[in-house]
Ligand binder design. Sequence first.
Ligand SMILES: C[S@@+](CC[C@H](N)C(=O)[O-])C[C@H]1O[C@@H](n2cnc3c(N)ncnc32)[C@H](O)[C@@H]1O
Length: 315
Amino acid sequence: MTDPSGHLPVLLDTVLDLLSPRPGETAVDLTAGRGGHAEALARRVAPGGRILLCDLDAGNLAFASERVRAVPGTELASMHGSFARADREATRLGWRADVVLADLGFASTQMDDPARGFSFQADGPLDMRLDPTRGESAADLLARIREPDLADAIFELGEDPFSRRIARTIVERRSRAPLRTTQELASAVVAAYGARARDSRMHPATRTFMALRILVNDELGALRTLLAALEQGGREAAAGSGWLRPGCRAGIISFHSLEDRLVKHAMADWERAGLGERVTRKPAEASDVELATNRRARSAKFRVFRFAPEMRADR
Ligand SMILES: C[S@@+](CC[C@H](N)C(=O)[O-])C[C@H]1O[C@@H](n2cnc3c(N)ncnc32)[C@H](O)[C@@H]1O
């Protein structure tokens, strides 16, 4: 990692190529993060363009906003909160988007900060909230969740075949003392793996940590709400209302097969409903050159939809 922002934006050239932001347009970066994509989008919509930044993480939002503010010729607005509310914020501003981008998940700076509790690589409080000022931490969730629900989450969101054994070990340990730190959770997972830990290619706790992060932040719920808002925006666009302008390009970068499946099915449904067309039939992925410098890009899948310039009256 050599980027001074602490996070290398994935698929940057492909994002610009497929979303094709133009001078004077309005862009919405739903996951501003460290501002790599946002700054590039801002440069493309200048002069006369506008950009709305959203992030659950106030620190990231401030950092990205600074980068965008330094780009001359763009008007900036920012919203601290979930992108599930971005449609309402754009409507409140009276802005209609020509370009929408979501780069899902977490930024490297969040993962690398032990105080955020996302990683088992260093010890820290078991938090995992993208917005640490709101909602339930991973420690609080682990203190109350039922064993079968925990096992299902580790299986479905983490795809860990030892989910039942892991859930049982966590529940046994919490009956003696609450799990409060990343190392306490990691050690419970390693114990559940037992001798199998030696055969595991990745750290045994990798999948459990991913599952908990997705659960704590309701990441699939937020994505479903966003997809519904995009569909609604697409329907309203031609009528001259809503938060998307006719012809809006919406792109989503996902890092998890469940997320990619939701995006893929939504875009296929929108196309069948006559709302526009898929720009990507298969997701765009990182090149070998990018993979050599950015490991995070290895699971990135980028799908883009172009909403119709005008809709037929019967829809
Ligand atoms: C992969 S990073 C984005 C990186 C960014 N594209 C860049 O170039 O630096 C994902 C960001 O999205 C934020 N995030 C995740 N889920 C969110 C949600 N539901 N609403 C708003 N922000 C979210 C995270 O806090 C994180 O800062």
